[in-house]
Design a protein around this ligand. Sequence first.
Ligand code: SAM
Ligand code: SF4
Length: 341
Amino acid sequence: MQMNSSGPLVDQFQRRISYLRLSVTDRCDLRCAYCMPERQVFLPRAEVLSLDEMHDLALGFIARGITKIRLTGGEPLVRRDMIDLVRALGRRLGQDTGQGALEELTLTTNGTRLAEFADDLAAAGVKRVNISLDTRDRATFATLARRDALPQVLEGIAAAQAAGLKVKINVVALKGVNEAELPELIAWAHDQQFAITLIEVMPLGEVEEDRFDHYLPLSLVRERLESRWTLTPSEYRSGGPARYFTVAETGGRLGLITPLTNNFCDGCNRIRVSATGQLFACLGGTEQVDLRAALRSPAPDAALSEALDLAMRIKPLRHHFVIDRPGAAPALARHMSMTGG
Ligand code: SAM
Ligand code: SF4
């Protein structure tokens, strides 16, 4: 157990935590049906950390050996002046703190505002972006995201490509929604030289529909893909939970994130912070530490470091998600848009 308030972050299971996912807002311009309800109640703005506070928080993490920061949300690019935070953190890239340096600054986005921001992101030092795209069919997109925004998203993806950002496409695999389209989506992504990762839907937060109705185990998707293509397991790791395959016929890389069918928590290296400064020790757990209180205390550096030590002591071994029957309550009341995935 790490008791030293200045050393690298190591949890009670000796996992080295080097990756921070920081949700800059819980708000979003889409309403993906598996993620949040149409009438989602967002956090009062007064509860949310200022961008300066988020910057200070990020520096506190970097001082404890965090080397990778992913900005997420909600939709990170709907937060006003969010690019200022990206620029400020971008200036920290490669600067050694004694515990190592921030090596990577990335973003997960739905792509709706990328056309506006792709060049600024690249100029600020962002090298890669994850873009969520569950379908390339406009009508399916409009139904699933409850907004007719596919053209905007495709424009955003093209802008990211033109700005020289490496693009990874994230797809939540959904029975009866994009199930039949998955091979075509993979082939399209690989044709554009994008990596692509499929994700199992997780039971986080109440939504209108029953996630059981659209839960699609990736073990089944993999079997189906293997009847069409040659998938070879790859040693490649991105620092996240995905397991990768190369697809011989397309020449591209396919990631599978299987929180339900194949638990991957052994190698967990990450920690999540919500827009209100709550640290969530696990995406699938309720263990949390209030970093906002630490930041606003009279001695914020020491309080933050102590709070991070506490987080290391309470981070659980693994999540326990199941979607095995209709009508079950979500594993957690919290939506993914609080922690950004
Ligand atoms: N708005 C941005 C986006 O969509 O990329 C960033 C935040 S979003 C919460 C991050 C990722 O979580 C997206 O890829 C989204 O598809 C995924 N996601 C949201 N709710 C989910 C759920 N219940 N199960 C699995 N993935 C989910
Ligand atoms: Fe918004 Fe992302 Fe959730 Fe979709 S998945 S509603 S884009 S936060």
